[in-house]
Design a binder for this molecule. Structure first.
Ligand code: PFF
Length: 454
C-alpha cells in the first residue's frame, strides 16, 4: 500500500499542473459563451477584477493550506484545526469536485465525439440550422454520448492511476505547451476570417449598461470555475509542491496563464462567431454549433485545411478537459488513499464508478431522462448550478476565512514569504492579509446576496 507522498518535480511542474487544472473547458467552452451571454467586453472587465481581488486570494489560501500540510483537503483541515467543524469543509471539498467531474466528463465526452467526427467524416453542413440540430441530436441520443463519457472518464482513470509524478506531472508537461500553441494557431486563423473584426470589437468595446448584479455574480462564478477554486483541487495539487517553492510566483503564474488562455480562447471563438453571423448569446452549445459551421464553410474553399483545423481544435479541447478532469479525480483519490487507507488502484476504480454513474445520469438528462427535473432544472444543469453557483462560492469563502481568521498568522506568513526569505513577498504580505480577511470575504458575500435577491 502506498504511504509516502509524492511531490512535483519543481516550479515549472507545479505551475503546469496547477495551470493544467485551471485551464480547461472553463476557458474554451464556458468563458466564450458566458462572455456572449453577459455582454462582451464589460463582462471581461468584471472578470479581470474578480480574478485579481477574489480569485487570487482564494487560490493562495488553498495553496497555503495544501503546501503547509502536505495533505489532501480533508487531512489538511484536520491537521490545522483538529477536532473542529472545519472538517466538514474538508468533506465538502472532496464531494464537490466529484460532482463537477461527473458532468464535466459529459462535455469532455462531447468533445471526444466531435473529435471523432472531425477525424472520420468531417463537418460539411454550412447550413446553421442543420449544424445546431446535429448537435442537439447528438447530445440527446443515449448511446453515443454515454460511450464518449465512458472513454473520457476511463482516460482520466488511467492517468491518475499512474500516480502524481509519472501520471499527472508527465501528462501536464507535454499537453500544456501543446495546448497553448494550438489555441494561438486557432486564434490567428479565426482573426483572418472575413467579418472577424466585429467579434474583436465585441471583445474590446465595453457597454457598461450590461454590468448587472447577475453579470457580476456570473463573472465571479466563472473566475472560480476557471481557476478550480473552492473545491480543494488547488489545495490538493499544492500539497504536492516542494517545500521551498515561492507560492506567490506559482499563484501569479497560474492565474496569469489561466487569464491569458481565456482571453486567447475568446479571441479564437468570438471573431468566428461573428464571421458566421451567429448569435453570441447562444449558450452552452456555442462552440459546438459555431465551429463545425465554420469548419464546413472553410472546407468548401480549402477542404484539407478545414480538416486539419477541426482536428486540431477538438484535440485541444479534449486535452484541456483531461488536464482539468484529472485534478478533480485526484482530490477523491487522495482522500481515499490517505484517509481511508485504500490502495491507489482501488481508489481510482471507486471514483471512476461513482462519477461514471452520476455522469451517465447527466448525459441522459439531455435525452431519455429529460423529464426528470430537480428544482426545475435537468440533472446536468442542476449539478452545474449546485457546484458553480453554490458549492464553489461557499468553499472559496470558507477557505479565505479559514486562512484569514483561523489559521495561525505566523504559519500563513511563513508560507507566503517562504520562511521570510522572499523580500517582495514580505513587503506585500500585509496587503495580501487585508485582501484575505476583509475584501475577498465581504465582496463574495455581497455579490452572492445581491444576485440572490435580484
Ligand atoms: N478549471 C477547470 C476549467 O476551467 O475547465 C474546471 C474545474 C477543474 C473546476 C477543477 C473545478 C475543479 F475542481
Amino acid at each position: 500500500m502506498e504511504r509516502r507522498r509524492e511531490v512535483f518535480g519543481g516550479r515549472s511542474a507545479a505551475i503546469f499542473a496547477l495551470a493544467g487544472s485551471a485551464i480547461g473547458l472553463g476557458n474554451i467552452w464556458r468563458f466564450p459563451y458566458m462572455v456572449g451571454q453577459t455582454g462582451g467586453a464589460a463582462f471581461i472587465i468584471i472578470y479581470l477584477v474578480c480574478c485579481l481581488l477574489l480569485s487570487l486570494p482564494i487560490f493562495l489560501a488553498e495553496v497555503i493550506i495544501g503546501h503547509r500540510t502536505h495533505a489532501g483537503t480533508f487531512g489538511a483541515l484536520e491537521q490545522l484545526a483538529p477536532g473542529t467543524k472545519w472538517k466538514w469543509l474538508g468533506l465538502l471539498t472532496v464531494i464537490s469536485p466529484l460532482i463537477i467531474l461527473s458532468y464535466y466528463s459529459v462535455v469532455g465526452g462531447w468533445s471526444i465525439g466531435y473529435l471523432w467526427q472531425s477525424v472520420t467524416v468531417g463537418f460539411h453542413s454550412s447550413e446553421l440550422g442543420a449544424v445546431s440540430s446535429a448537435f442537439g441530436g447528438f447530445i440527446s441520443s443515449a448511446t453515443g454520448p454515454l460511450i464518449c463519457h465512458t472513454l473520457f472518464l476511463a482516460g482520466c482513470a488511467v492517468i491518475v492511476s499512474a500516480g502524481v509524478k509519472s501520471g499527472i506531472e508527465r501528462f501536464n508537461k507535454i499537453s500544456m505547451p501543446l495546448l497553448f500553441v494550438l489555441i494561438v494557431a486557432i486564434m490567428v486563423y479565426s482573426l483572418t476570417l472575413p467579418g472577424a473584426s466585429a467579434g474583436v470589437e465585441y471583445l474590446v468595446k465595453p457597454d457598461f449598461s450590461k454590468i448587472t448584479p447577475s453579470a457580476v455574480a456570473d463573472a465571479m462564478g466563472q473566475s472560480f470555475f476557471s481557476l478550480s477554486l473552492g473545491v480543494g483541487t488547488i489545495l490538493t495539487y499544492a500539497s504536492y509542491i516542494k517545500k521551498n517553492e515561492n507560492i506567490l510566483v506559482t499563484g501569479l503564474g497560474t492565474v496569469g496563464f489561466d487569464l491569458l488562455f481565456a482571453l486567447i480562447a475568446g479571441f479564437a471563438i468570438m471573431p468566428a462567431v461573428f464571421a458566421a453571423g451567429i448569435e453570441p448569446g447562444a449558450g452552452p452549445g456555442l462552440i459546438f454549433e459555431t465551429l463545425p459551421y465554420i469548419f464546413a464553410k472553410m472546407g468548401a474553399n480549402v477542404p484539407w485545411l478545414s480538416s486539419v483545423v477541426a482536428v486540431l481544435f477538438f484535440v485541444t479541447i479534449v486535452f484541456a478537459a483531461f488536464t482539468s478532469a484529472i485534478s478533480m479525480f485526484e482530490v477523491g483519490v487522495a482522500y481515499l488513499v490517505e484517509q481511508r487507507r485504500m490502495s491507489r488502484r482501488k481508489a481510482v476504480l471507486l471514483i471512476f464508478g461513482g462519477t461514471w454513474l452520476l455522469g451517465a445520469l447527466c448525459s441522459l438528462s439531455f435525452g431519455p431522462l429529460a423529464d426528470v427535473q430537480l428544482f426545475g432544472l435537468s440533472i446536468f444543469s442542476f449539478c452545474d448550478m449546485l457546484t458553480s453557483n453554490f458549492l464553489m462560492t461557499f468553499g472559496g469563502l470558507l477557505f479565505v476565512l479559514f486562512v484569514g481568521w483561523k489559521m495561525d498568522p505566523a504559519a500563513v506568513r511563513d508560507e507566503f514569504t517562504c520562511g521570510g526569505t522572499e523580500r517582495f513577498n514580505c513587503a506585500v504580505f500585509g496587503a495580501f492579509r487585508f485582501l484575505l480577511r476583509y475584501i475577498a470575504p465581504i465582496a463574495i458575500v455581497i455579490i452572492f446576496i445581491t444576485n440572490f435577491l435580484a
